[in-house]
Write a protein that binds this ligand. Sequence first.
Ligand SMILES: *[C@@H]1O[C@H](CO)[C@@H](O)[C@H](O)[C@H]1NC(C)=O
Length: 604
Amino acid sequence: MFMSWASWLLAALTFVSVVTCTPATPNSKRQSGSGIVTGIESRDLNGNPFLRLEVRDMRANYPDQWNLYLLGLDQLHTTSQKEPNSYYGLAGIHGKPYQTWLNAPGISYKIGSSGYCPHSMALFLGWHRPYLALFEQELYARIQRIAEYASADQIERYRWAAYSFRIPYWDWSQGEQSGNVPDFFMTETTVVTTPEGRNIEIWNPLYKYEFKPVPSAGAFDGKWSQINTTIRWPASNSPWEESRQSEFAASFVNLRRQIQDQTALAFRQGTLNGFWEAIEMVHGWVHGAIGGGYSTGFGGTGHMWPLEYSSYEPLFWLHHTNVDRLFALYQAQNPGAYLQPSNVGSAGNVFVEDNTVVDGDTPLLPFRHNPGSFWTTNEAMDWRLFGYDYPETQSANTASAQATVAQLYSGSVRGRVAAGQTGGVGHHFMPGMEESSYTDWVINTAAAPLDLPPTFVVQFSLVGDFSSDASTDVGMWSVLMPMDHNKAKRSLREAEKLTKRATAADMTLHGTVSLTSSLLDQIDAGKLQSLDEQDVVPFLREKLTWKVYSGDGTQLSDSSLDAIRIDIASEIARIPSDPSAPIEYSNDAIAHSEVTAGKMGGAS
Ligand SMILES: *[C@@H]1O[C@H](CO)[C@@H](O)[C@H](O)[C@H]1NC(C)=O
């Protein structure tokens, strides 16, 4: 039994390498090796770009594309790591090893000590768009060649599937509507149908990337230079730990409502810069849900969590494609939104100096638009230029995008009100009125980056009533940066810290965490009367606590809390009866400094 399975698998892998070694055939007018991000030229019969599909939709409804996708990924994974356009070469652009990609240099003194990916800075959204387009065009080129293996009577069908192929996204942003982690992310092998019509079993390219070989110490740090495949949720930081899929699946289910509410908060933002900050944070949670390691008690860290290694995790691409989809939907909802100039503070990277202003015209290295220049955020604003679209952004109609956002991204509170799980909301219902209003609650955060580890998580919880009653997690604020970011500045600041505490001016990082749905849980559990100020303020004053964790999951001492400022704010929200109309916020947020006053990190 095992033997026959194993030899079947061997035959399968042999097939795949046969595909790999065959020289390129048709349709290859791509500019591979030049590093130019062209996007994809193919268009549907009406001249529109093809869609990037949700991965479960692709698998269920576009089986030929799904099979080509897996075969193409397998081939990308097995392309020599020396090739700049191999899976390894493309993933290596993001973080470690810190080397230049093709001929895109960056700031000379930073080469070798800093990567290209911009995080905690406004280029986050614009930079990942050409990055994904580059990955997509490389995968697309391979898929065109694989389709040519179809028999004569199937060739047109496979050519069309290949021609219309675009990379899929994983939609993690709709709470329960997003379902569970798809099973096919979590199996070691998978069965694909080849264009010749054979069913073969291959290593699942969505499960892991296998380094061939793993970069040595120096290029990769510590345990990362010893682990030969990407892993998720290892039980400890020993390099010998297994990848634990059940932890990934459970963590996502635990986090998905917070993810949904935080995504809704991002869509409430009036500026693209506000959207970027909110969506970058929620994107970080998904990195944590996949990789593990974002707070103690969970064991070690998998590849998806640290920025240096996250792009090697196969789900990185499906995750970031969803971030790009949300970005496109925000643009469709807010036509004319553009990136306002902003100072990067201490978040510089290999092509941006610290404390400089970036804007929509900042070149996004290493992604060439043409031989002489790099893409910019402004040039990348129209995603259709790269030759793709999303199901929710196909209609170029602003009103329809706004209705879509209201329906998909109003947050879990609205869904609970609609489902009658209204907790304390119900008594606000005005008789005869078809709408309800409630008080919405958020946690506002600020932190001094140089007094904290580059990556950190502030975990908020409500303490239990009795010692036997476990505390309940109600949200987190996270900031992801490479672990050796700003080493020199940090050690200078470390010495200074003994005499000089962080001031408001040092607190250049900001965030907002949604709290209302967790308060509704408390109402449902009979522990809180209503969402009204007179109930919520004393409740939070008594129960809200927070802990700070470094990127490796260690809890930081109370003195780190000095570098963090926590405030509670509320405003009135009204839910219109029309589900395609957005929730109306009063936009006159009331700060409740009395909730956190005197607590570590609260107002003094
Ligand atoms: C990685 O592969 C090398 C070479 O085969 C092997 O010596 C090493 O033990 C492997 N590391 C782990 C953590 O399995």
